[in-house]
Ligand binder design. Structure first.
Ligand code: SER
Length: 314
């Protein structure tokens, strides 16, 4: 594995990926790019302030470092995207096109572009959704992420560019906070629980969504990166999932460990987004083609989250 560029490196997923790639490559080969400035612990890495809509700067960064691989994580998530759809379109659609064009022109070997359950919609089956299904997303996030998936497949077929991606469910983690997603409530609930505060949830108590713990998400992304290309029947659109729960189910599992924890429910505009998404998705193609398997279930994820967040609070 050669020099690797991460866009959106200081986001929820980026901050987890940096140490994983550093262990493989050493820090001089992990190039960080983000629209924000680096947190203290990443200041020693080669890093660039980069807006992915700025193709000229993007190409300069790729050429300067002789980038072999790109993890394109820069994106505006579903809830933020509805506040500023024009910006979401630019970052998610134009930004992804810029990455693919730059990768093609500058002979990048492999590009990883995560997708999301946000590509699905009310027309999609509610349960056990296969990779190929009906997708008519109504959020700018969903629209641009379907576009990203299709562009990835297009660049593979037309130009032979190796583009790969998984559809992440809601991701739960304790290191870096999520920013602007509909599923962020699940992470927020833990923070309130360890501080012994009451949480006001903006999603209806019975809305079930597919979720995954971050270590499984990282393992999945790296397994797909490493997979033999000849075994891949899909490219930018592999379903992966671990478990599904509603806010009420999460509240109850947390309360078993944090007695007295309470949640109130006042759904806002994000409920409309969540209602479009399925309850469970079928990850058997990822399992078959590149050995995807999630280790954490709801209980072991909750135990690990509470242990780590309690340590952090001290
Ligand atoms: N976590 C994302 C969001 O809520 C879904 O991929 O926007």
């Amino acid at each position: 594995m050669g020099t690797t560029l991460i866009t959106g490196a200081y986001g929820q997923v980026g901050q987890e990926l940096v140490p994983i790639l550093t262990r493989r490559l050493g820090r001089e080969k992990v190039v960080l790019a983000d629209i924000a400035s680096p947190p203290e612990r990443f200041r020693d890495y080669p890093n660039h302030r980069l807006d992915v809509t700025d193709r000229a700067t993007l190409e300069k960064v790729i050429s300067e470092h002789g980038v072999d691989h790109i993890f394109h994580l820069a994106a505006i998530l579903s809830a933020s995207g509805e506040k500023n759809p024009a910006r979401a379109f630019m970052t998610n659609a134009i930004g992804t096109h810029n990455i693919l064009e730059a990768a093609r022109e500058l002979s990048v070997k492999k590009v990883m572009i995560p997708s999301t359950i946000g590509v699905f919609s009310r027309e999609t089956p509610r349960r056990n959704v296969p990779v190929n299904t009906i997708m008519k997303p109504r959020t700018m996030y969903g629209i641009t992420k379907v576009t990203g998936e299709m562009l990835g497949n297009y660049y593979f077929q037309k130009f032979g560019l190796d583009v790969r991606g998984v559809r992440f469910p809601g991701l739960i983690s304790y290191s870096a906070p999520p920013g602007g997603g509909t599923t962020d409530y699940s992470v927020e609930m833990f923070h309130y629980a360890v501080r012994k505060e009451k949480y006001a949830c903006y999603i209806d108590r019975n809305t079930v969504l597919p979720m995954m713990y971050m270590p499984d998400a990282m393992k999945a992304m790296m397994a797909l990166f490493d997979a033999d290309i000849n075994r891949l029947r899909f490219h930018s659109d592999y379903n992966i999932s671990a478990f599904s729960f509603s806010p009420l189910q999460l509240e109850e599992v947390i309360r078993k460990r944090v007695p007295g924890f309470t949640v109130t429910y006042a759904p806002d505009y994000r409920q409309e987004i969540a209602s479009e998404w399925p309850e469970t998705i079928d990850s058997s193609d990822a399992a078959r083609d590149w050995g995807f398997r999630a280790e954490y279930d709801l209980d072991s994820m909750v135990d690990d989250m509470l242990m780590n967040l309690t340590k952090k609070e001290r």
